[in-house]
Design a binder for this molecule. Structure first.
Ligand SMILES: Cc1ncc(COP(=O)(O)O)c(C=O)c1O
Length: 369
């Protein structure tokens, strides 16, 4: 075989549903030499990651750390640890990721009660209240920021309803974390997972998770072993806790990356970072309106970091998306499921969320249309 030349990626502006563009200092951190994953220097850095993650999640939960794997691994981590076969669970479905949660829960042997809303709309607390009248679930799970539709479901009330019914509350914060308020303790969230490649602006590869002491107790008191050895919190706790018992070889470079990305997030300040995401979302929305375009997600609940732009009459969604990439080096996402061909998913996440990028996108889209 002829050995290929080294891969040199084209310079892309990543304005899709993730990954987002990564800060130069995060890329620099990833190019530093390896140390062993049980090296005291690495262990000290792991402690700093945990402390910074707690600040970003706004939680005191001891069990807060990055699972090795992408956001879906964090999703599986929450469900495999909390569910035992035959458990009843309520899952909100209003897009791809709620659907995925239900699938994962079913694979854990749960009896899943699906609370559905049309794609682009939020899960209403009233819907959860209705479902709770007819069941005694072990947990209620919803997606905070539905990346497939651009809708942000408010979760405080849903969390309250879940707890009143004696259930745990599980939250997908893959796209919301660091791009809009996520307040794990204030909202009484028992299990949350996120991803690195969205508003934290780190490459994909880790899934920050946090479990409340109540959730941890459920995992500790299980009748059956967690069916996933890799994601068993009872084993992972010995690695990420004080004992430092070898469990798996942590992806060292990815941990360098999240350490730097968390530093940048906290140096900016969470409030400031949320405000930046809001301001650039509004600038995009205004610019689109001036071109006669609008967003597809429910008014009043539109994500700041992921904008579902409605494809105008007469435009070919795929052709426009391809021209954005090939002529302007701008990546945007396609619609999925029922929204296929109907929306472009325009991400303004983390490093990508700047006024210059909003202008570049509007300018490119205007030229193509
Ligand atoms: C809301 C949400 N949940 C879960 C995931 C799954 O994360 P990953 O693709 O990193 O496995 C994604 C990915 O886009 C997401 O947007």
């Amino acid at each position: 075989m002829q050995i290929p030349a080294p891969f040199l990626p084209p310079p892309r502006l990543l304005m899709g549903p993730g990954p987002s563009n990564v800060a130069p200092s995060v890329l620099q951190a990833m190019s530093r030499p390896l140390v062993g994953h049980l090296d005291p220097a690495f262990v000290k850095m792991m402690e700093e990651i945990k402390v910074m993650l707690r600040a970003v999640f706004q939680t005191q939960n001891e069990m807060t750390f990055p699972v090795s794997g992408t956001g879906s691994a964090g999703m599986e981590f929450c469900f495999v640890n909390l569910i035992e076969p035959g458990d009843e669970v309520i899952v909100g479905l209003n897009g791809v990721f709620g659907t995925r949660m239900a699938d994962v829960a079913e694979r854990c042997g749960a009896n899943v009660i699906k609370v559905e809303a049309p794609w682009g709309r939020i899960i209403e607390p009233g819907q959860i209240a209705e479902a709770l009248k007819k069941s005694r679930p072990k947990l209620v799970a919803v997606v905070h920021a539905e990346t497939s539709t651009g809708a942000l479901t408010p979760v405080e009330e849903i969390s309250r309803l879940a707890h009143e019914a004696g259930a745990l509350f599980v939250l997908d914060a893959v796209t919301s974390l660091a791009g809009c308020p996520v307040k794990i303790d204030e909202w009484n969230v028992d299990a949350v997972y996120s991803g690195t490649q969205k508003c934290l602006s780190c490459p994909p590869g880790l899934s920050p998770v946090s479990l409340s002491s109540r959730a941890l107790e459920v995992a500790r008191q299980r009748k059956k072993k967690v069916q996933s050895w890799y994601l068993d919190v009872n084993l992972l706790a010995s690695y990420w806790g004080q004992e430092r018992v070898y469990h798996h070889t942590a992806p060292i470079t990815m941990n360098y990356a999240i350490h730097e990305a968390l530093r940048l997030t906290l140096l900016e300040g969470l409030e400031q970072r949320w405000q930046r995401h809001l301001a650039n979302h509004l600038a995009l929305k205004d610019g689109l309106a001036a071109m006669g375009l609008s967003l597809g997600a429910q008014e009043g609940h539109q994500l700041w970091q992921l904008n579902a732009v409605k494809v105008p009459e007469g435009a070919d969604e795929a052709v426009v998306r391809k021209r954005l990439l090939t002529e302007f080096n701008i990546e945007v996402g396609a619609g999925l499921g029922p929204l296929k061909g109907k929306i472009w998913r325009v991400g303004l996440m983390g490093e990508t969320s700047t006024r210059e990028n909003v202008k570049s996108f509007l300018n490119a889209l205007g030229q193509i249309l």
